[in-house]
Design a protein around this ligand. Structure first.
Ligand code: GTP
Ligand code: MG
Length: 428
């Protein structure tokens, strides 16, 4: 009997110890949960960063995911091809228009020297129109962020050639216009396992290689084109092959606008990260506020290459200006006073490429430095940091969200920042 009582009390003590242990573990688990919000305007790369976290710290993608992403990628391909063709009409560029054959001297006007020569040279790829300069020409007045429609000898030549075709009353003829008709008549998307028919793939290829379409592509800031256009259309044969199954890199390059808030959980070095990815377009932002409670850290995404682009949502607001205004409201939000704040100045690969063709000062007249990466990136980082009213510590990283190696390094640093600032916050 005595033995029995003692066995019971031993069992009870053990059970109580288990409960204590369980409680402690639960307490520890809650203590060690980090709520991380990915914020930023549309198309800045939030979902791409989430995909990277999934690849680096999660389970990655299984074949079922890849089959679904294939549908997305093929839709991206069709969307890009159709968008380019519609833009040919808007910008008045005829098929087969070749900027390199234009006699620039015939299309000059007195304003050609003002400020935009670097842009003009590279967008046209024509090489000689830099000579159009006349230092006495009046300087263009630049309003911050205002869209600059390309007005140079090449654009004029293209418009005139386009107008001549219209005046002739005859439709454009030839293989490119025939291919364009096939692309424009193609369905927007294809189902799971369904390939894009070969005649449509061939038509997209012809359209994409046309010099007029390539010129139109270089002027993509004048209309809305998703960033994965070149990466997919340059790789058509592989992507449109019926056996195509997307690689991780293809998934990272693909584009779907986020319309619901998605929470994904990861365990990183024993700590649970609850990562929330939101839609960045204006219509999506009203869904954000309910998720602002108890947020430990925010990664705010900026597309640093977007300084010459207008918002998808309206045709007058510059994307960088939109991004700055949104950041001002987030970083000075009373609920985020103690939240670790990290800015990702993202799309640095596209930023570098854009600097070759587009002057920052054409869109941000307060920028007086050389049109290079170091000075340009520092300028935009400083502009964002200057919006911080409370002198709160804000960390800035320059990122290339589609590059897993670079993001892996950045995320390791970010994890340390988040953990450190939350230890400080907890008084530890
Ligand atoms: N080249 C390049 N492309 C990028 C980079 N970051 C994102 N992208 C591409 O940009 C496009 C938009 O990225 P998303 O991650 O969908 O943007 P988002 O911020 O989630 O957009 P919303 O869901 O509309 O708010 C995708 O095609 C990405 O592959 C980058 O650093 N470099
Ligand atoms: Mg998204």
């Amino acid at each position: 009997m005595g033995n029995c009582a003692s066995a019971e009390s031993v069992a009870a003590a053990a059970a109580s110890k288990d409960i204590d242990k369980q409680l402690k573990m639960e307490q520890k688990a809650t203590e060690q949960t980090i709520k991380l919000l990915l914020l930023g305007a549309g198309e800045t790369g939030k979902s791409t960063v989430l995909k990277q976290i999934k690849l680096i710290h999660g389970t990655g993608y299984v074949d079922e995911d890849r089959v679904a992403y294939r549908v997305t990628i093929l839709t991206n391909v069709i969307t890009c091809a159709k968008t380019l063709l519609n833009a040919m009409e808007i910008l008045k560029i005829p098929y087969s228009f070749d900027p390199s054959t234009v006699d620039v001297s015939q299309f000059q006007s007195p304003g050609d020297a003002s400020g935009g020569d670097a842009t003009v040279d590279s967008k046209s790829d024509a090489g000689s129109e830099g000579e159009a300069g006349d230092d006495d020409a009046p300087k263009k007045e630049v309003v911050e962020g205002q869209l600059q429609k390309t007005e140079d000898p090449i654009a004029r030549a293209s418009q005139q050639a386009y107008q001549n075709i219209l005046n002739s009353g005859e439709p454009q003829k030839g293989p490119v216009s025939e291919a364009a008709a096939v692309v424009l008549a193609s369905p927007m998307g294809f189902g799971v396992g369904e390939p894009i028919p070969k005649n449509i793939v061939d038509a997209i290829d012809i359209v994409w290689k046309d010099p007029g379409v390539q010129y139109c592509y270089r002027r993509a800031n004048e209309y809305q084109l998703i960033d994965c256009c070149a990466v997919f259309l340059n790789d058509l044969a592989r992507i449109c092959d019926p056996s195509f199954l997307p690689l991780d890199q293809d998934i990272l390059n693909s584009r779907v606008m986020t319309t619901t808030i998605i929470e994904t959980r990861f365990k990183i070095e024993g700590i649970i990260f609850r990562v929330f990815d939101v839609g960045g377009q204006r219509s999506e932002r009203k869904k954000w506020a309910p998720y602002f409670d108890d947020i430990n850290a925010i990664i705010y995404l900026v597309a640093i290459n977007s300084y010459d682009q207008i918002c998808f949502e309206d045709d007058s607001t510059n994307r960088m200006v939109e991004s700055m205004n949104l950041f001002a409201s987030i970083c000075n939000h009373p609920m985020f006073k103690k939240t670790a704040m990290i800015i990702f100045m993202n799309k640095i690969d596209l930023f570098r490429a854009k600097l070759e063709t587009t002057l920052i000062s054409d869109y941000f007249p307060t920028y007086e430095g050389p049109n290079d990466y170091d000075n340009g990136s520092e300028y935009f980082a400083t502009r964002f940091l200057s919006l911080n009213k409370y002198e709160k510590k804000i960390y800035v990283h320059f990122t290339w969200a589609t590059d897993t190696k670079q993001i892996k390094t950045v995320l390791a640093i970010v994890n340390q920042i988040i953990l450190r600032s939350n230890l400080v916050e907890a008084g530890l």
